[in-house]
Write a protein that binds this ligand. Structure first.
Ligand SMILES: [Cu+2]
Length: 127
């Protein structure tokens, strides 16, 4: 009587537990938190970020002069919780070639406008 024990070999294939590198911005387009300005419009009209993250505002060589702020229409309208840099009565001026990171510290929905270009606006949703 044989009582040979079978040693179960766990499969023949070795599972490669490779650590998968997170693919960051693999699409080749603008990063999710980047907003580019054209001649008279934001190229991204809505962006969602987490509180404490920044939006990278870019005014490329193909853009123009812009004065942006939190507001409505062609007016800056300060809003509680909005970034200080955009919560001004006069706005923040971008000239071609400028780019700035602006941190949004507080959850909320913020309407960003350019006060010299009618209809140039975008929404930032901070969660
Ligand atoms: Cu503008």
């Amino acid at each position: 009587m044989r009582t040979g024990k079978r040693i179960g070999v766990l499969g023949g294939g070795v599972l490669c537990m490779a650590l998968v590198a997170l693919l960051l911005a693999g699409c080749g387009s603008a990063p999710a938190n980047q907003v580019e300005m054209g001649v008279a419009a934001f190229q991204q009209t809505s962006v969602s970020i987490k509180a404490g993250q920044a939006i990278h505002f870019v005014d490329p060589a193909s853009g123009g002069t812009h004065i942006i702020c939190v507001g409505e229409g062609l007016k800056c309208v300060p809003q509680t919780g909005a970034p200080d840099a955009l919560n001004t009565a006069d706005g923040m001026t971008f000239s071609t070639g400028d780019s700035r990171d602006i941190v949004f510290p507080t959850a909320g929905t913020y309407n960003i406008v350019c006060i010299i270009h009618p209809g140039m606006e975008m929404t930032v949703t901070v969660s």
